[in-house]
Design a protein around this ligand. Structure first.
Ligand code: PMP
Ligand code: GLN
Length: 380
């Protein structure tokens, strides 16, 4: 038996969604939208199924999708990627697993910024490596170069970077990107750059992939997700993007994780990426309106809401809102008694986790946001 799994709890997202279903609560916990996907992509998927795209895809992905991913990033960021840089995976979760297995050996150490997406630490440990947490401090959640550099030790081989950041909704600025890049260059580290939220930018900002910084293309493994780009989280089509040598290692790890992903969904994602970018601006506007609606509703109900500029998420400071419960107790009360599921932030760190914050998903229709806010108003 593997003690890693004997000691592991069920993921907070699964836990909260199960609790939401059990208590018939509004689900603002797990991050998925209840509107916003382009219908043409659904039609493209149905067509691919009926036209017979139903047997194993090539392990690294359908060529049409690998080319579409490369072309998409070249168009958006002026890069020069080719299909050989891309390996299609079953969601960004598998991309992270493949990247981490490719980058780390037993005995290595990897740095994560906390609060951190919950998959990083277990995957690092599964690779036989250990985790070094660098805590970001609320409410700014800024990356401090000195604190990052101080966390690098003789065994450190990788940094896991997440931009835009789940759960805080931060888009890190150019100085913070350069801090990560310069520490990686100085200590010869790989950076696994989880950029799944790259298109969910809510205030007109521009996103720069970490690999586009000087001398970073050869040391970054980017992880992307079609589920996030097209608001179809259940499709679980993602990818790694890396320089050819690293891309090959990630592809070797991937071939014995899932080998390949659903070909019909790959074909539909390729169609979506090649179909132009007209849907991106209205999607951002609708998510920004949902964020504003939730923020205003919560503030009127007396909650202290932290700023969120990207992703589907915002955080609420319970302590500053005058609530005496810790995040787990509040989350339990909210789902069991007030009828709304939220995510406690303590699930995103192991050492000194923040215990007075919750994360809410605002990527919901107006009526869902209103119902969730009304339930939260009742919970205080
Ligand atoms: N990384 C981050 C930061 C995420 O928020 C998520 C999912 N919300 C993932 C990875 C996983 O993406 P996927 O659903 O494509 O596996
Ligand atoms: N990434 C999503 C979130 O942050 C959930 C993904 C999952 O359930 N594993 O809520």
């Amino acid at each position: 038996m593997n003690p890693l799994y004997e000691q592991m709890e069920t993921s907070v997202f699964e836990r909260m969604s199960l609790a939401a279903a059990r208590h018939n609560a509004v689900n603002l916990g797990q991050g998925f939208p209840d509107f916003g996907w382009p219908d043409e992509i659904l039609e493209a998927a149905a067509k691919a199924v009926t036209e017979g795209s139903n047997q194993y895809a090539p392990s690294r992905g359908l060529p049409v999708l690998r080319e579409a991913v490369a072309a998409h990033y070249n168009r958006h960021h002026g890069l020069d990627l080719k299909a050989e840089h891309v390996c299609v995976t079953s969601g960004a979760t598998e991309a992270l697993a493949a990247a981490i297995l490719a980058a780390l050996s037993p005995g290595d150490e990897a740095i994560i910024f906390t609060p951190a997406y919950d998959a990083y630490a277990p995957l690092i440990r599964r690779a036989g490596a250990s985790v070094r947490e660098v805590a970001l401090q609320p409410p700014e959640w800024k990356i401090d170069r000195d604190r990052l550099a101080a966390a690098v030790g003789p065994q450190t081989r990788a940094i896991i970077f997440n931009n835009p950041h789940n759960p805080t909704g931060r888009l890190f600025d150019a100085d913070e990107l350069e801090s990560v890049a310069s520490v990686a260059r100085e200590h010869d580290l790989v950076v696994i750059s989880d950029e799944v939220w790259e298109h969910i930018l809510l205030d007109g900002q521009r996103f720069a992939p970490l690999a586009s910084l000087p001398d970073m293309a050869d040391r970054v493994i980017k992880c992307g997700s079609a589920g996030k780009i097209f608001s179809l989280t259940g499709w679980k089509i993602g990818w790694t993007v890396a320089a050819p040598e690293m891309a090959t290692l990630a592809a070797r790890a991937h071939q014995f994780l899932t080998f390949a992903s659903a070909p019909n969904l790959q074909a539909a994602v390729a169609f979506g990426l090649n179909d132009g970018d007209a849907w991106i601006a209205p999607m951002r506007e609708r998510f920004a309106r949902a964020r504003d609606r939730m923020t205003e509703g919560l503030r009127s109900a007396g909650y202290v809401v932290l700023d969120s500029a990207a992703s589907y998420f915002l955080c609420v400071d319970l302590e500053a809102s005058g609530i005496g419960l810790d995040d787990e107790s509040f989350a339990r009360l909210a789902v069991e008694q007030a009828g709304v599921a939220v995510v406690p932030l303590s699930a995103f760190a192991e050492q000194n986790p923040p215990t007075h914050m919750i994360r809410l998903c605002f990527a919901k229709r107006d009526e869902t946001v209103e119902a969730g806010v009304a339930a939260l108003a009742k919970a205080r």
